[in-house]
Design a protein around this ligand. Structure first.
Ligand code: C2E
Length: 177
């Protein structure tokens, strides 16, 4: 692991060319960034791996084509965030979401997508290692990865990574009342 302090927007800008090639002509990639995104401390190569995995999965979920959206934003948690069995501690995070308009994931499969060797793809099409690898990398970075999906409704993967400390507050605080 070779963590460095980095800006996800720069990382994604460097990766856009490759991602566009990966998704092919039928799929368009839309990036939307928080203009004042906090920086993170992460291994850049590993994080690229995570984003590539998520984008390739999104592409594969849309054989007829469609849109993949990548959205970055700052997230400030004032209290613990509970999602399933996971508890995200209060603090500042950077969120990167990858969503697609594809076939979606059935409820009984949603729990399993991060498990090693689980794959909905036919034998030979996927190794089943993509999302569990992504999960492992995100955990090593001190973050979280969540999925929301329903059949026919696309899928949304959200990666939460701790904002690098000593950062200026990402947004102006609410006006005192
Ligand atoms: P679990 O997957 O059964 O993991 C139980 C505990 O094993 C975790 O407690 C953690 O201490 C450890 N653990 C499991 N996998 C890893 C890993 O890849 N790296 C590291 N460093 N430790 C690991 P924890 O963190 O309190 O999580 C409790 C439960 O919350 C997990 O049960 C899992 O169901 C869920 N969870 C935790 N993090 C995430 C996440 O990023 N995404 C999702 N979808 N669920 C999560």
């Amino acid at each position: 692991l070779r963590p460095e302090i980095m800006d996800l927007r720069d990382m994604l800008a460097d990766l856009t060319h490759l991602l566009n090639r990966l998704v092919g002509e039928k799929v368009s990639l839309i990036l939307r960034h928080d203009p004042v995104l906090a920086r993170i401390r992460a291994d850049k190569r590993q994080l690229e791996q995570v984003l590539m995995n998520l984008v390739v999965n999104a592409r594969d979920a849309m054989p007829q084509g469609g849109e993949i959206r990548i959205v970055t934003e700052n997230l400030v948690l004032d209290e613990p965030l509970r999602r399933g069995r996971a508890v995200v501690a209060p603090g500042r995070y950077v969120s990167v979401e990858v969503s697609d308009e594809g076939v979606g994931i059935a409820p009984d499969k949603l729990q399993k997508v991060f498990e090693p060797f689980y794959s909905t793809k036919r034998v030979g099409e996927g190794t089943g290692l993509g999302l569990s690898t992504a999960y492992g990398i995100v955990k090593q970075t001190g973050g979280f990865i969540f999925v929301e999906s329903a059949p026919g409704q696309g899928a949304r993967f959200q990666v939460l990574l701790p904002a690098h400390q000593d950062e200026a507050p990402p947004r102006s605080a609410p006006e005192p009342t």
